[in-house]
Design a protein around this ligand. Sequence first.
Ligand SMILES: Cc1cc2nc3c(=O)[nH]c(=O)nc-3n(C[C@H](O)[C@H](O)[C@H](O)COP(=O)(O)OP(=O)(O)OC[C@H]3O[C@@H](n4cnc5c(N)ncnc54)[C@H](O)[C@@H]3O)c2cc1C
Length: 342
Amino acid sequence: MATSPQEVTEQVTEEVTEPVTGAPGPAGRGARVLVVGAGVVGLTCAVVLAEDGFEVNVLARDLPPETTSAVAAALWFPYRALPQDRVTDWAATSYQRFARLAREDESAGVDLVPGADLARTPGAKPWWAAAVPGLRPLDDPPDGYAGGWEFEAPVVDSGSYLPWLVARLSALGGTLTRQALPALPDNAPILVNCTGLAARALARDRSVTPVRGQLVVLDQVGVTRWWADDTEPERPLYVVPRRRSVVVGGTAEPDDWDTRPRPETTRDLLAAAARLEPALAGARVLRERVGLRPARPSVRVEARPGEAGRLVVHCYGHGGSGFTVSWGCAAEVAGLVRAHVG
Ligand SMILES: Cc1cc2nc3c(=O)[nH]c(=O)nc-3n(C[C@H](O)[C@H](O)[C@H](O)COP(=O)(O)OP(=O)(O)OC[C@H]3O[C@@H](n4cnc5c(N)ncnc54)[C@H](O)[C@@H]3O)c2cc1C
């Protein structure tokens, strides 16, 4: 059963005015870690750190249902994130964790769904092929396609999954507090910066830029396979079936900050989706959503020593792959924190 935004907010401390950075706390495992950001990246880092025995507090301006992560189609699919070797490793780790969740915990809202990465011309395996078990050539591509690669991909229903992460963090003793920070706190002994696009200002990193994405959520009309076509970088097309809806996207518009849905884009998406999945023709539109992917020439997962033995770990710039690489990046972040505390 999906957790409602209301239930999520019940697990959240209301806004505070003083930064919740806390006293230094114990050293080693059990040390306090402050995570800034409650999108999929911040929450996953928080969960993995809490699983490792750290005392984790998350601060965020936007609660999970209000983040870019809540807009995502949330198909496991490496897209617009670099460098390829690290993304492949992070994506492989995430695939395994999502697959386990799909098998073991229905409430997480993760399913393994068959589908295909489509190609307009016959080609080599995708660069991230090593991350996926069971990748095989697509025998019977839809009209207009020459081939592709099929496999079972994790499909994450963010409406269930982000609250699941909050509940998991809470069960491990972690907290989530709404707070808009004017700057990254400089007095936290260990700080993990997962502020997505806002790292542009908070980490003074101008290489983080928005890539606008628009999608449409339709009634579930019996679609059982996902499709993804990323052959045109600015015009990706994907159909992602969830349990009770189907997500159809999308667009990828660099440096476009406009978060209002464009009706002509919705029209084009519906027509393209119905060509791939005729059952979608006339399906009821439930929502139109726009999000700004936090793009960066390469994802930043990096530890920076601060003053007086403090540590800042940056984890942002995941582009179109925040869900896809989330568990792998979080494992790396936790490793950096462990190395620091000794
Ligand atoms: C249309 C669309 C489709 C997508 N589809 C997929 C997909 O199928 N698969 C996939 O893997 N990825 C997909 N993505 C990409 C994915 O959504 C992002 O990579 C991911 O959401 C980034 O997560 P994040 O946690 O870094 O950022 P966010 O979700 O943006 O979270 C950032 C957090 O930082 C907080 N913050 C910011 N500033 C402050 C401040 N001053 N003080 C305190 N807190 C602050 C915010 O409030 C928020 O809680 C898609 C994106 C879009 C837009």
